[in-house]
Design a binder for this molecule. Structure first.
Ligand SMILES: Cc1cc2nc3c(=O)[nH]c(=O)nc-3n(C[C@H](O)[C@H](O)[C@H](O)COP(=O)(O)OP(=O)(O)OC[C@H]3O[C@@H](n4cnc5c(N)ncnc54)[C@H](O)[C@@H]3O)c2cc1C
Length: 519
C-alpha cells in the first residue's frame, strides 16, 4: 500500500460508487465488502488505521458472554457466527483462547456452567471446543496464581483472540487488493451538497496540508465516536446518536498470572466483567465502562478506572500488582448508541445502528469488532439502495483476509504477517542488519519498521510503535527507549532529517507518557 499512489487515485476525478469516512474496523470492513463486490470505493482516515477505538479493544473475537446474561441472544448468535468466519478467513491474525471462569460458590459453578454451555450451544455448527467443569485443583493447575480461598472450581470455555490494529492493516490491504483506494492521515473536513443531496466530501491531507474534493454516489460515515460530528456537517441541529463509554486496559508482565488460559470474571462485586488475558508477551487486564462527555483522539485512563482494575486483579491473584508494575495503560471509547431511557452505558446495546439522513448520508455506528463484517454487509446493502447501485452479492463470508496463512507458530514474531512473512524474510536476506532487534527485551526487529513504512502506510513514529508493532501497547517505557532508533530507520526511508527525528521522538514521548503510570 503506497500512500502517494492511493492519494492520486482518490483525487483522480472519478465519481466513486462509495466514499467511506473513517478507517477503523467498521469503515475498513465496508471498503473490503464494497471492493470485493466490484464497486469503486475510496476511504479516508483522519489519523491512522485503527488509531481510534479499533486499536484499543480487549482483542477478543467473541459472542459476548455478558450480552447473554443481558438476554441479548440475537446479538450473541450473530457474533458467534462472525467469530467463526473471522477465525476461518484470517487464521494468521486470530487464535482460539481458553478462558476460565472461577467459581467461589456451588451456585456460581452451576450458574456459569449452564450459562457457558448455552453460550457454546448458541454457536451451533460454529462451536469451539466444549465447556469443561473443573475441580478446584484442576483450576489452580491451569491458573497457578488464582486466589484459592473459597474456590470451588472453574468452568473452562473457548473464544477467539486477535491483534486488532494488525487486523485493521490487513483489512486495508484486502480492500486495496480488490481495487479500493484507502488512505490514512487525510481528514474529511466537509460534505459537498448538491440539490440537497450529499454528493461528495472535502478532504484535507494532514501531511501536505493540501485540500481537495471527491465526488461519490454514496457517502458512508463510519467514524465511531466521531459520527455525530460528521452528521452535524450536513445538519447542525441533527440529534446526537452517540453515547461514548470509556474502557481501559492495564498491561503487566505474564509472571503475575502465569498459565496459558485467560481468566474471565462475568460479574465483579460491582457488577462488571473482568478479563485477564495473555496477549503477545504480556497480560492484558480489562476493562471498564465509564460514561464520558469528552471525545478525544487520545483518551486517557482515569484514576478511578486504574484503581478498579488494580484492586480487582489483586482480589483474584495471589501475586499482587501495583502502579509500578503496569507497563502500559490504554483507553478506548465505545461508540454506543444513545437510548433515552437508559443512563448507565454498560446497559446500552452493543448492536449496530444505521441512520440515513435527509441528504442521503449513511451513518453506521455501534457494534463490535467481532461483527465488523456483518456491519459492513448491512451498510453496503443500504448503500446499494440509496445510490441506486447495480445489485451485487456480498462475498466476504468466504473472502480470505490479506496475509491469509495457516499453521504459523504464535511464538514466531513474523506470524502476524502471514503470507507476507516470506517478503520480510527476503528483505533480511538482502540486508541481514534488518534482523536486529529494536529493543533488547522484545523480539520486534528492524525489518518490521522498514516493512511498516514501505508497505503498510505508516508515516509517524506512533503509527509504527503503536499499531504496526504493538510495543506502545505492550510496554510504553520500552517503546520510548526504542523510539530514536525506529525514527532513524524511518527517516532514512522517508528522506527526513534529524529535525524530523527529534520532533517525532518528542511527539511520541508526549503520547507515550499518558500510557505510563507513575507510582
Ligand atoms: C475498551 C473496549 C474494549 C473492546 N473490546 C472488544 C473486543 O474485545 N471485541 C470486540 O469485538 N469488540 C470490542 N470492542 C468494540 C470495538 O472495538 C468497536 O466496536 C470498534 O472498534 C469500533 O470501530 P469503528 O470503526 O466503528 O470506530 P473507530 O475504530 O473509532 O474508527 C473510526 C475512525 O474514524 C476516524 N475519523 C473520525 N473523524 C474522521 C474524519 N472527519 N475524517 C476521516 N476519518 C475520521 C477516526 O480517526 C477513527 O479512526 C471494544 C471497545 C472498547 C472501547
Amino acid at each position: 500500500m503506497n500512500r502517494a499512489i492511493q492519494i492520486e487515485k482518490i483525487k483522480s476525478g472519478l465519481l466513486w460508487d462509495i466514499f467511506v469516512i473513517g478507517g477503523g474496523a467498521t469503515g475498513l470492513g465496508i471498503a473490503v465488502d464494497a471492493a470485493s463486490r466490484g464497486y469503486s470505493v475510496a476511504l479516508a482516515e483522519k489519523t491512522d488505521f485503527a488509531k481510534g477505538t479499533s486499536g484499543r479493544s480487549t482483542k477478543l473475537v467473541h459472542g459476548g458472554v455478558r450480552y447473554l446474561a443481558q438476554g441479548n441472544v440475537k446479538l450473541v448468535m450473530e457474533a458467534l457466527k462472525e467469530r467463526a468466519i473471522l477465525l476461518k478467513n484470517a487464521p494468521h491474525i486470530t487464535k482460539i483462547q481458553t478462558f476460565i471462569v472461577p467459581a467461589y460458590s456451588w451456585w456460581d459453578m452451576f450458574f456459569y456452567g449452564v450459562g457457558l454451555s448455552v453460550y457454546n450451544l448458541l454457536a451451533g455448527k460454529h462451536k469451539l471446543e466444549g465447556v469443561k467443569w473443573l475441580s478446584a485443583t484442576d483450576t489452580i493447575n491451569q491458573l497457578p496464581q488464582l486466589n484459592k480461598t473459597g474456590l470451588k472450581g472453574g468452568i473452562s470455555y473457548c473464544d477467539g483472540q486477535f491483534d486488532d490494529a494488525r487486523l485493521a492493516i490487513n483489512l486495508a490491504q484486502t480492500a486495496t487488493d480488490h481495487g479500493a483506494s484507502v488512505v490514512n492521515h487525510v481528514e474529511v473536513v466537509n460534505l459537498i451538497v448538491e440539490g440537497k443531496k450529499i454528493a461528495g466530501v472535502v478532504l484535507k491531507d494532514e501531511v501536505s496540508g493540501e485540500s481537495f474534493s471527491v465526488m461519490a454516489k454514496v457517502v458512508i460515515n463510519a467514524t465511531g465516536v466521531f459520527a455525530d460530528q460528521i452528521m452535524s456537517l450536513e445538519d447542525k441541529s441533527s440529534r446526537k446518536m452517540i453515547s461514548p463509554s470509556q474502557g481501559i486496559h492495564l498491561v503487566v508482565d505474564k509472571q503475575f498470572f502465569t498459565g496459558n488460559s485467560a481468566l474471565m470474571v462475568p460479574k465483579t462485586s460491582d457488577g462488571r466483567v473482568l478479563f485477564i488475558v495473555p496477549w503477545h508477551h504480556q497480560l492484558v487486564i480489562g476493562t471498564t465502562d465509564t460514561k464520558v462527555n469528552n471525545i478525544s483522539e487520545e483518551p486517557v485512563a482515569l484514576e478511578e478506572e486504574i484503581n478498579f482494575l488494580l484492586s480487582h486483579f489483586n482480589k483474584f491473584s495471589t501475586k499482587p500488582i501495583a502502579l509500578k508494575d503496569v507497563k502500559s495503560a490504554f483507553a478506548g471509547l465505545r461508540p454506543l448508541i444513545k437510548s433515552s431511557n437508559i443512563s448507565a452505558t454498560s446497559l446500552l446495546s452493543r448492536e449496530h445502528t444505521i441512520v440515513i439522513s435527509a441528504g442521503g448520508l449513511l451513518t453506521i455506528a455501534g457494534g463490535k469488532w467481532t461483527t465488523y463484517r456483518k456491519m459492513a454487509k448491512d451498510a453496503i446493502q443500504n448503500a446499494i439502495f440509496i445510490g441506486k447501485l447495480e445489485k451485487r452479492e456480498c462475498v466476504t463470508e468466504n473472502l480470505e483476509i490479506h496475509g491469509y496463512a495457516k499453521e504459523l507458530s504464535v511464538l514466531d514474531v513474523y506470524a502476524a504477517y502471514g503470507s507476507d512473512k516470506v517478503l520480510l524474510m527476503a528483505l533480511i536476506e538482502e540486508n541481514p542488519v534488518l534482523s536486529e532487534k529494536i529493543h533488547p527485551n522484545y523480539p520486534y526487529t528492524k525489518v518490521q519498521i522498514v516493512w511498516a513504512v514501505k508497505e503498510e502506510m505508516a508515516i509517524s513514529l506512533e503509527d509504527v510503535l503503536s499499531r504496526r508493532v504493538r510495543l506502545l501497547i505492550e510496554d510504553a517505557r520500552a517503546a520510548v527507549e526504542a523510539a530514536p532508533l525506529v525514527a532513524e530507520i524511518m527517516a532514512n526511508i522517508l528522506g527526513k532529517n534529524q529535525d524530523w527525528i527529534n520532533l517525532e521522538c518528542e511527539q511520541f514521548e508526549k503520547i507515550a507518557s499518558t500510557y505510563i503510570l507513575n507510582a
